[in-house]
Every structure is written in structure tokens, then in C-alpha cells.
Design a protein around this ligand. Structure first.
Ligand code: UDP
Length: 414
């Protein structure tokens, strides 16, 4: 169980964001931060690297500190058994098959009890991310504190037995936050909405010139003459890498292209190696597909890969939000993505990208984009503006600070 040290040196994030989103949104953020002066925030999740939540926390924690709201980040680590159980919780809450036994319940609670004894959770506001550490509120909460559960999962088709186990834990929070209104089931506490966001200044998303892109991708020997069709995702069945290969093979009957499946693993995801082996077996000796297993800090490589791609895919079968979609749209890429979870918030069909509901549909949208530079330019341009307006970190920070300010007001009876 660890406290993540967030790098604070370097240029001011606040100044950098001001240059991207303008003065107005930053002034609102600064004013909310002034209301929260003197209050400390603790963020808790279950991995320091890999996956969207860790990606967000690295920068959001730094931003909140820069704004003068002292914020720490605690990681609740587990063992293989715990991560197996929490992966089942994650998948079944997304409506995927699976079940928990009584022993699983007991083990989940025992691990939360262990974390409750060791994590530093004395802040005034505690923001718990996702189901893994959700049991902490009932174990550690003190009367003067405010606790918020931040759920990144689409609970609209959640397995009811698993939700029945989790909901009594959530009843100990003051509020829950979801990415999209359709994700929210009947809740024991008030629910608020705040979609996730990306950082336009991070290595993952900052501008790169063409020579930097070439240099970063040189070690991978990707073809330079054929257009790249790319999906960046953890090797997880929910991201449907096998379906991506099937869709690409259909598209390849009509158009020249090269598929890149790039991904790494997350500390709290035990299935990655198995899925990667399935993907490699499916690709076989095909020369028009590259599978890249990337280390957790390959942010610049992913940035370059997204920029170099003619089409970016996100063919998930279930999805919380898919930061990878915002990342691609921010880079003005043409995106084909499944109409699941939070993706339709980002991909407005025919305006900021193209939605697909099947392997055949995905293939035909890939073909359309490969054939039309004009369509790619139009969707990519609108996509960037849509992300600037809705899915950059200052907006997410504002949503959290506004909620915290409200919870503190309620506590003080105003
Ligand atoms: N990512 C990464 N390396 C990888 C795969 C993904 O850095 O090998 C990043 C990706 O760029 C994005 C985040 O991890 O920022 C994944 O977030 P998303 O919401 O797309 O999916 P999640 O993994 O949380 O389900």
C-alpha cells in the first residue's frame, strides 16, 4: 500500500491550461479552489500505473495542489486473488458473465480492512475510485469527513447479485460520481455527473512535430507507405482486440492498410498476459498487423502512434469512458468506435467521429475513412473542439471542486 509521489516540478499546469482553454474556465477553477482552502483531499485507487484512472490521477492531483488544495494519492494494492475478485466485480458490473462466492466477499472485505489500517485517510475529503477500495468508507470514515465514491464503470446492466454486495458499502458515502447519466442505477446516496478528461500538456497528448513522431516510432519498424489503423488499449477482452483484427481483415479486402494493436498491462488486471497470447495466436504470421506490448511509461510513443494513425479504433464491447478516444480526437484523428459506455459522449456520429455496432459496421467505417481525407479532416477538426470544450482536466477538476464545496456547505448547514 503506497502513497504516490506526484511530480510537482516543471512548468505550471494552471498557466499551461489557461493557454489552452482560456482565462474564464481557469478563473472559475481558482475561485472554487479558494472556497476549499484549508481542506485536504485524499484520492484512493488500486494502481499507480496502467489504465485510465491512474492516467488521470497523475495530473489531477498535481493540478489540485497547484491550485492550493493539498491533495494526496493513496494506492490500495492487493494480491493476485484480490485482483482476480475485483476484476470479476469490474466485469460483472459492466454486465459481463461471472459471479462472486461467499469466500470472495469475505476476502474482498478482509483486504479492505487491511487497507483501512495502513492507508493515510485522514483528509477532510476522501475520493475513492472504483470498486476495489469501495469498502473503506464503512471501515475508516470519521464524522467530520466527507467521502465520495467515484465510479468509472457503466452500471446500467450491472449483475444484480454483485451490485447487491457493493451497494451497502456505497451507502456509507456522502455522494457518488458517474461519467454519464445512463450509468447510474438506483443509488443509496446522491449521484453527480463528471465525465473523465485528458491532459493536453502531458507527454501523452502534447504537440509533437513530424520528426519527433518519426524518431519515436523508428524502433518499431512500422510501414511508412501504408496508412496505419490503430487501437491503443490494455489487452483486455472488454476492449475486443480479436474483433478489431476481424474488422481490419474485412477492411483489408478493399483497402491497403496496416493494423497496430498497442497496449500494456495494469498492476490490478490479472488477465492481460492471457489475452495478449490470444491476440498473438490470432495474428499468426500476418505481415499487415503489428502487436506492440508497451511499458507503462510509453506515453510519448503512444502520442506518436496516435498522431501517425490515419484511423484510430476503439472497438470496446463494454467501456467506462475510453480516454483513448479523447486522446485521438484531441490529435484531430478520425475515430471509429463502438457505441458503448461513455464513447457516444465523445464520438458524436458523423460529427466528431463514426460509431459502429458490429464487426462489419466497423470495417465499413474504416474503409470510408481510408478513402476520404476530406471526411477525416472534418471529423478530426470537430473532434478536437469537442474535447477542448468538454474533456480536458480543468473541467474535471472544476466538477470535483464544485461537488466538494457543496458537500462542505451541506456539512456546515448552509
Ligand atoms: N494506455 C497506456 N499504455 C497502454 C495502454 C493504454 O498508457 O499500453 C493509456 C491510454 O493512453 C489511456 C489509458 O491508458 O490514457 C486507458 O484509459 P481508458 O479509459 O481508455 O481505458 P481503461 O484502461 O481505463 O479501461
Amino acid at each position: 500500500m503506497t502513497l504516490v509521489a506526484v511530480r510537482t516540478e516543471g512548468d505550471s499546469l494552471v498557466d499551461g491550461y489557461r493557454a489552452v482553454v482560456g482565462d474564464g474556465p481557469i478563473r472559475i477553477l481558482e475561485s472554487l479552489a479558494r472556497q476549499l482552502r484549508g481542506h485536504r483531499i485524499a484520492m484512493v485507487n488500486s494502481t499507480a500505473t496502467g489504465g485510465g484512472v491512474a492516467e488521470i490521477l497523475h495530473r489531477l492531483v498535481r493540478l489540485l495542489n497547484e491550485l492550493g488544495v493539498p491533495t494526496t494519492w493513496e494506492v490500495m494494492t492487493g494480491d493476485t486473488r484480490f485482483y482476480g475478485i475485483t476484476k470479476t466485480i469490474h466485469n460483472t458490473l459492466h454486465g459481463w458473465p461471472g459471479a462472486l462466492s461467499e469466500e470472495d466477499h469475505a476476502y474482498y472485505l478482509a483486504m479492505n480492512r487491511r487497507a483501512a489500517e495502513s492507508l493515510a485517510l485522514d483528509a477532510d475529503l476522501v475520493l475513492i475510485h472504483d470498486p476495489q477500495p469501495a469498502g473503506l468508507a464503512e471501515l475508516r470514515r470519521q464524522a467530520a469527513q466527507r467521502w465520495v465514491w467515484r465510479c468509472h464503470i457503466d452500471l446500467s446492466s450491472a449483475n444484480s447479485a454483485v451490485w447487491d454486495f457493493l451497494a451497502p458499502r456505497i451507502a456509507h458515502y456522502d455522494a457518488a460520481v458517474f461519467s454519464h447519466v445512463t450509468f447510474v442505477p438506483p443509488m443509496p446516496v446522491p449521484a453527480y455527473l463528471a465525465p473523465p478528461s485528458i491532459d493536453p500538456l502531458s507527454d501523452k497528448n502534447r504537440e509533437l512535430d513530424e520528426s519527433e513522431v518519426e524518431e519515436l516510432l523508428a524502433p518499431f519498424g512500422l510501414p511508412t507507405r501504408r496508412p496505419l489503423v490503430t487501437q491503443v488499449s490494455r489487452f483486455d477482452r472488454i476492449k475486443d482486440p480479436i474483433g478489431v483484427i476481424d474488422a481490419f481483415r474485412l477492411a483489408r479486402r478493399r483497402e491497403e492498410a496496416h493494423l497496430v494493436l498497442a497496449g500494456g498491462s495494469a498492476d490490478d488486471d490479472p488477465e492481460g498476459a492471457e489475452v495478449l497470447a490470444e491476440v498473438r495466436a490470432k495474428v499468426g504470421k500476418a505481415s499487415d498487423v503489428t502487436v506492440l506490448l508497451l511499458p507503462p511509461d510509453a506515453h510519448l510513443v503512444i502520442n506518436a502512434l496516435q498522431r501517425r494513425s490515419t484511423v484510430v479504433l476503439q472497438k470496446s464491447l463494454r467501456e467506462g469512458f475510453a480516454l483513448t478516444v479523447s486522446e485521438a480526437l484531441w490529435k484531430r484523428r478520425a475515430v471509429v468506435a463502438s457505441a458503448v459506455g461513455g464513447i457516444p459522449l465523445q464520438v458524436i456520429h458523423e460529427r466528431t467521429g463514426l460509431l459502429a455496432r458490429s464487426i462489419e459496421g466497423c470495417a465499413s467505417q474504416i474503409i470510408r475513412l481510408l478513402r476520404s481525407p476530406e471526411l477525416r479532416r472534418r471529423l478530426g477538426g470537430e473532434g478536437r473542439e469537442h474535447v477542448r470544450d468538454n474533456f480536458l482536466h480543468p473541467r474535471e477538476a472544476r466538477d470535483y471542486l464544485a461537488l466538494f464545496a457543496r458537500l462542505i456547505d451541506i456539512a456546515h448547514g448552509s
